[in-house]
Design a protein around this ligand. Structure first.
Ligand code: NDP
Length: 454
């Protein structure tokens, strides 16, 4: 069965879900359309109440929501709690700020009046990934519901319980039927939904492959999309960096969510003068992670989201090593049952190694030594991806100067990438287009309508 909840820690199948048939999908679409007709006329106050209630429920029942994440995709339980808190913060953020973000803008004109209003556009469709099962859908649903749109979500097939829990949360919070709809649908049905004239916009977070399929289909239908795809973020350590702090933050950047984040730090680019010491300390730190039950707060290494994810990552590491890379730590699966990957550092990756251009979605760091700042920037930019990145230096002005030369959507100085409701999130190049979160995220699927009086 396509939609299946399997615990990656012990391999147990927890629950299976039937895909919707054509009639069920039609009912869901029709309900969303009916809901939109009413929802678009509701006040910000009414919408705000629903989102704030949803945020309150997430906070009241954090453990219940967090446990489902850990059961379905293996995230360490404290990190699951953190994700629930962040999802609640996103709901609250848009509840509080949407009205201001979407307020009418009066233009300066020579004569008469010109106003740009932000009107909703209709039923939106989101295709979402498993790595942050609530956060990913909160950042799609919250701004769009506040803007007066309604949303339908096809979540990843390995997190169907989280998908159901979020839909129930919105219903419990008072969202009318059709405002938030979870879809258990096949890939063919994804195409049908995109083709359906009642769908007015499409958002996807996931791999480049899925993004290319979904964006092409939406393009054929002349529908706007946003694409939040993969990344291979550079983590640049300059000669004047605080080495201990850089190692500490590098561990956080690579190991959070067991490395399964699009904005995880993936390519560690360290200038020659610090390279040996950085590598020694980073290696020691990663070697200290111990696999265990992700439900146990004492566990440091979580399993990957599935056995298939582990197999793919192992194959990728083997290919890199066959092409000349060295695993200075790790390089294999952990010697325990479950989908565990040893924290790994690969060095000696030359330009012809496939790893040079690939994303490693798990606890595998690519290490590069470079002569200086200029070489670090050039290497950072020699990537098909352009999502985030980090620069470590004690000189913040230097950090900003380097950040401006990095070809990505986000750069953090002296920190790995992180997400917060008020910060725009998104990339360039093969990492996609459009922004989520912040004031920018709510502008993606609204009609910026000019009203002109001469
Ligand atoms: P996918 O891109 O395959 O899955 C993400 C979502 O897209 C899921 O809902 C999936 O559905 C759906 N999907 C996949 N293929 C298609 C298709 N042809 N048509 C319609 N929908 C589709 O991610 P994976 O689970 O395979 O993760 C692997 C890679 O994805 C990672 O290496 C990383 O690059 C990227 N990724 C990026 C994320 C990010 O935050 N930017 C998050 C997760 C993954 P289903 O589950 O049913 O296949």
């Amino acid at each position: 069965m396509a939609y299946q909840s399997t615990n990656p820690y012990d391999g147990k199948v927890l629950e299976q879900f039937k895909e919707s048939d054509a009639a069920q999908l039609e009912t869901q679409l029709a309900t969303a359309v009916d809901c939109y007709a009413a929802w678009r006329t509701t006040s910000f106050t009414e919408r705000r109440e629903v989102l704030q209630r949803a945020a309150a429920i997430l906070r009241e029942r954090t453990d219940e929501f967090a446990k489902l994440i850990t059961l379905e995709m293996g995230k360490l339980i404290d990190q699951s709690r953190g994700e629930v808190a962040l999802s609640a913060a996103i709901l609250d953020y848009y509840a509080q700020n949407a009205e201001e973000f979407l307020s009418a803008e009066k233009l300066h004109t020579k004569t008469g009046e010109a106003i740009v209003e932000s009107n909703p556009i209709g039923v939106l469709f989101g295709v979402e990934p498993w790595n942050y099962p609530y956060y990913q859908i909160a950042r799609f649903a919250a701004p769009n519901l506040m803007a007066g749109n309604v949303v339908m979500v096809k979540h990843a097939s390995n997190v169907p319980q989280c998908a159901r829990a979020f839909e129930r949360l919105m219903t419990e919070a008072g969202a009318p039927a059709g405002a938030y709809t979870n879809l258990y649908i096949s890939k063919d049905q994804v195409s049908q939904v995109i083709d359906d004239p009642r769908i007015k916009g499409v958002a996807l977070t996931g791999s480049e492959a899925a993004g290319a399929v979904v964006a092409a289909r939406a393009g054929q239908n002349l529908k706007k999309t946003t694409m939040e795809l993969g990344g291979s973020d550079a983590f640049i350590v300059l000669d004047d960096a605080d080495l201990d702090e850089a190692v500490k933050q590098g561990v956080i950047g690579r190991m959070g969510n067991s490395g399964q984040a699009c904005t995880a730090s993936k390519r560690f680019i360290v200038v020659e003068s610090l390279a040996d010491r950085f590598l020694a300390q980073f290696t020691a730190a990663l070697a200290g992670f111990e696999p265990g039950d992700p439900m146990n707060p004492a566990t440091t290494l979580a399993p990957l989201s599935s056995q298939a994810a582990l197999d793919n990552l192992l194959e990728q590491v083997q290919r890199a090593v066959a092409a000349g890379a060295k695993a200075v730590v790790g390089g294999a699966r952990s010697d325990v049952p479950g989908a565990f990957m040893q924290p790994t550092i690969l060095t000696d990756i030359d330009k012809n190694n496939p790893a040079y251009k690939e994303e490693f979605f798990g606890p595998v760091a690519l290490f590069f030594r470079v002569a200086d700042e200029k070489a670090a920037i050039a290497l950072a930019n020699d990537s098909p991806f352009g999502l985030g990145g980090s620069v470590f230096t004690k000189d913040l002005e230097r950090g900003k100067r380097v950040a401006r030369q990095i070809e990505t959507g986000m750069v953090f100085i002296n920190k790995p990438n992180s997400s917060s409701p008020e910060l725009p999130f998104g990339g360039i190049k093969n990492s996609g287009y459009g922004r989520e979160l912040s004031s920018a995220g709510i502008q993606e699927f609204v009609n910026k309508k000019l009203i002109r009086v001469e």
